[in-house]
Design a protein around this ligand. Structure first.
Ligand SMILES: Cc1cc2nc3c(=O)[nH]c(=O)nc-3n(C[C@H](O)[C@H](O)[C@H](O)COP(=O)(O)OP(=O)(O)OC[C@H]3O[C@@H](n4cnc5c(N)ncnc54)[C@H](O)[C@@H]3O)c2cc1C
Length: 218
C-alpha cells in the first residue's frame, strides 16, 4: 500500500482538501526539508526538538550525542510525532483576515530503536551527511571508530503520516477586490548564500561540488 491509512491520529480535519496520505507526496517533503522537529512527551510535559533527519524507505534516521535526552527517549520506544515544514511563500491578502502562507508540510508518527549494527550505523550516517549536502560523504573524511562510538543513531519506523499543502494566491472576500491594497504572494525558499571558506584552510582547495551546486528539492 502506497497510502497510509486514515485514522483518528493522521486524518486532516481542518481544510481536509489540503491533506494527502500517499508516500509520493509525503516523502519528497521529508527529503527536501533540511530539518525536522521531533515531538514527544515526558510525564505529561511535551517537548519539541529540532534536529537533522534522513530517510531510507519507511525509516527516518536521527543522530546525536549519546547523552541526548531526545535520543535516549526514542531508544526507549516511546511514541513520536515528527514534523517537516517547507515554507513556500507569504500570501498577502487585501484583508488582514485572509493573509496566509503557502507551504508543504508532513507529519509522521512512529516509534524508534537504537541502531547498534555497525553497517546500518555507517549507512545512516552517510544518509544524514548526504541529506545535509549531496555528495559530501565521499568528499569528507569518513568517521573513525572513536567518532562512531561518540555518535548515537536511532531509526524511527514511520507507522502513519499525513501531508498538508497550500499553494496559490490570496482568497479575499468579493467586496474587498476593489480596494487599493496590494495583494499577492511573496515566494520564499531556502537558498544558499556565498560560501565562506574556513580561516584555517591552510592551502588552496577548490569549492567542492556539494557546496558549489547546493540546492534543496525542486
Ligand atoms: C508554515 C505553516 C504555518 C501555518 N500557520 C497556521 C496558522 O497561523 N494558523 C492555523 O490555524 N494553522 C496554520 N497552519 C496549519 C496548521 O499546521 C494546522 O494544519 C491547522 O492549524 C489545523 O490544526 P488542527 O490541529 O486543527 O489539525 P487537524 O486537522 O485536527 O489535525 C489532524 C491531523 O491532520 C494532520 N495535519 C494537520 N495539520 C497538518 C500539517 N500542517 N501538515 C501535515 N499534516 C497535518 C496531522 O496528522 C494531524 O494529526 C500552518 C501550517 C504551516 C505549515
Amino acid at each position: 500500500m502506497n497510502e497510509f491509512a486514515k485514522t483518528s491520529r493522521n486524518q486532516v480535519r481542518r481544510m481536509p482538501a489540503r491533506g494527502a496520505y500517499d508516500r509520493e507526496t509525503i516523502y519528497p517533503i521529508l527529503d527536501e526539508a533540511l530539518i525536522c522537529h521531533v515531538a514527544f512527551a515526558v510525564e505529561g510535559q511535551p517537548y519539541v526538538i529540532p534536529t537533522i533527519h534522513a530517510r531510507a524507505g519507511d525509516v527516518l534516521y536521527l543522530h546525536g550525542a549519546p547523552a541526548s535526552r531526545l535520543l535516549k527517549h526514542i531508544m526507549q520506544g516511546h511514541p513520536l510525532c515528527i514534523t517537516c515544514t517547507l515554507l513556500d511563500g507569504l500570501v498577502i491578502a487585501r484583508s488582514v483576515f485572509h493573509h496566509s502562507v503557502n507551504y508543504r508540510s508532513a507529519i509522521v508518527f512512529g516509534t524508534g530503536r537504537q541502531v547498534t549494527e555497525l553497517q546500518e550505523k555507517e549507512q545512516a550516517l552517510a544518509l544524514l551527511t548526504e541529506h545535509i549536502a549531496r555528495g559530501r560523504w565521499d568528499e569528507a573524511r569518513q568517521p573513525n571508530s572513536r567518532e562512531l562510538a561518540a555518535t548515537e543513531v536511532v531509526a524511527v519506523q514511520i507507522e502513519s503520516a499525513s501531508a498538508k499543502m497550500r499553494s496559490g494566491g490570496p482568497q479575499d472576500d468579493d467586496e474587498d477586490y476593489d480596494l487599493p491594497i496590494w495583494a499577492g504572494v511573496l515566494p520564499l525558499a531556502l537558498l544558499p548564500l556565498i560560501p565562506q571558506q574556513d580561516e584555517r584552510q591552510s592551502f588552496g582547495v577548490d569549492l567542492p561540488a556539494s557546496i558549489q551546486n547546493y540546492s534543496r528539492g525542486r
